[in-house]
Design a protein around this ligand. Structure first.
Ligand SMILES: *[C@@H]1O[C@H](CO)[C@@H](O)[C@H](O)[C@H]1NC(C)=O
Ligand SMILES: *[C@@H]1O[C@H](CO)[C@@H](O)[C@H](O)[C@H]1NC(C)=O
Ligand SMILES: [Zn+2]
Length: 433
């Protein structure tokens, strides 16, 4: 059910960057969850394939309760079909600029109360951001697009948005459809501008319910208190034109080799769009809606879920260039898998050799800044088990440097980050060699 993390968890001992960072996040409370293949937590979920709302009408409404802070309305609840779990719609219509609501279990709501009641700084949100470095313009043949109004430096923040509607992933399978739709509507109708949310799904007729439609095309995987939720980020959302337009509401167009990426800010459930490289004034800002690094046929197939044919520079390249890029991408994938097997099979030197080859191929595909961190950590891990601490530290620093550049480690990389990485490696690989 959760979003697939192809390639990430498979890498070297099933424990690449994410578990280590989860620990960093817990220890610091201020770091963001890291994703090497950006936008990992923000990848659209394939809800149309994975999560039908079951049809049933046996549950009964939970008695209404009084609202308590941070909520501005009494929660409305429904039992799951197993009768032991319940899910409620919690609403805070004063949060941020549109309000927010979450459909989740009372346990998650309670566990996350501190997070969910923190006021949001709205000065840099969409329409409130007076010095935003972009403007929306008409693009010939593309509808609208977002263009930089000044030079933007690599890793600079371009846009900030927050999760307006959050829904526990399990809710979609556990609550009878009729009641599920009722709770979704309770969650959305009390926001300050429900129409702006409903608009996101208007012309997409896939689902029976209009909110389900919105979630099918715009849901992103977002953990709340460690529990997977689907979230709607209105500014980043895709307008629901199934067969024609593929622009976000703001109008950030898709590109397979984009100049921007999204990062997830765990502690405020916000997403930030950062510059993947330096962007010049007047240049269009682009973002990828699918995982980066895939060969053309896979990209085409994935983008068709939204009825979209990509005409970005990578997809519009000559057949020879496309073939060369596809070959490199498949080779990267093959070498990464091979490196994992070599490491797990007790061949660390082979794993090092293969990982070096991966690192050598990434720049040509523009993937070093997104996939490099993971490979650097893998190098550090192998050198660590070989007790070559000089090289382990060199690669650990490179890996942590990527995290810092992307805003996931604030206040600079220090010895404590290295210590934590060694501790993690020791726990995971201690008995290996
Ligand atoms: C909100 O964020 C802006 C920009 O980061 C900052 O200048 C401002 O001081 C913040 N306001 C509050 C109330 O924290
Ligand atoms: C790694 O980073 C730490 C902390 O920033 C620094 O003290 C150390 O010299 C670096 N080591 C190498 C090998 O680059
Ligand atoms: Zn493309």
């Amino acid at each position: 059910m959760a979003a697939r993390r192809r390639g990430t968890l498979k890498v070297l001992g099933l424990t690449a960057l994410l578990p280590y960072l989860a620990q960093v996040v817990l220890a610091h409370g201020s770091l963001h969850k890291y994703s090497t293949t950006i936008p990992l937590p923000l990848r659209p979920l394939a809800l149309d394939v994975a999560c039908p709302l079951p049809v049933d009408d046996v549950a009964e409404a939970w008695p209404l309760q009084r609202p308590s802070p941070p909520w501005t309305h009494p929660p409305e609840c429904e039992h799951a079909m197993d009768r032991t779990t319940k899910y409620c719609a919690y609403i805070n219509s004063r949060h941020g600029s549109h309000g927010w609501s979450i459909v989740t279990s009372p346990e998650t709501a309670a566990d996350s109360a501190a997070l969910l009641s923190k006021p949001l700084n709205t000065s840099r949100l969409g329409e409130n951001w007076r010095d935003a470095p972009y403007k929306i313009v008409d693009m010939p043949g593309k509808g609208k697009g977002v263009v930089a109004t000044r030079a933007i430096k690599q890793h600079e923040e371009i846009l900030l948005d927050y999760a307006t509607v959050l829904v526990d992933i399990m809710f979609t399978t556990r609550v009878p459809a009729v009641l599920g739709y009722r709770l979704l509507h309770a969650a959305v109708d009390r926001l300050s501008d429900p129409a702006s949310i409903l608009d996101l799904g208007r012309s997409n007729g896939l689902a029976k319910d209009e909110i389900e439609n919105v979630l099918r095309t715009n849901a992103f995987n977002t953990p709340v208190g460690g529990v997977p939720h689907i979230a709607l980020y209105p500014t980043l959302s895709v307008r629901g034109c199934l067969f024609s337009c593929f622009v976000s509401v703001l109008g950030i167009n898709h590109a397979c080799k984009p100049n921007a990426y999204t990062r997830f800010i765990t502690e405020s459930l916000q997403v930030s769009v950062g510059a993947a490289r330096d962007i010049e004034a007047g240049e269009e800002i682009t973002n990828s809606y699918i995982p980066l690094g895939q060969p053309s046929a896979d990209r085409k197939q994935k983008l068709q879920r939204w009825g979209f044919t990509c005409r970005c520079s990578l997809c519009a390249a000559s057949p020879a260039e496309t073939a060369a890029s596809d070959t490199r991408r498949r080779e990267i994938e093959r070498l990464r898998d091979h490196a994992v097997r070599a490491f797990q099979g007790g061949q660390p030197y082979q794993a090092l050799r293969l990982t070096r080859q991966v690192l050598g191929l990434l720049p040509a595909e523009g993937l070093l800044h997104t996939h490099g961190g993971e490979q650097y950590e893998n190098m550090a891990r192998v050198f660590f088990v070989l007790r070559d601490m000089r090289n382990a530290e060199k690669y650990a620093n490179l890996s942590l440097g990527v995290l810092a550049e992307q805003g996931y480690i604030q206040g600079g990389v220090g010895g404590e980050h290295l210590e934590r990485m060694w501790k993690r490696f020791e726990e995971e690989e201690g008995g290996r060699y």
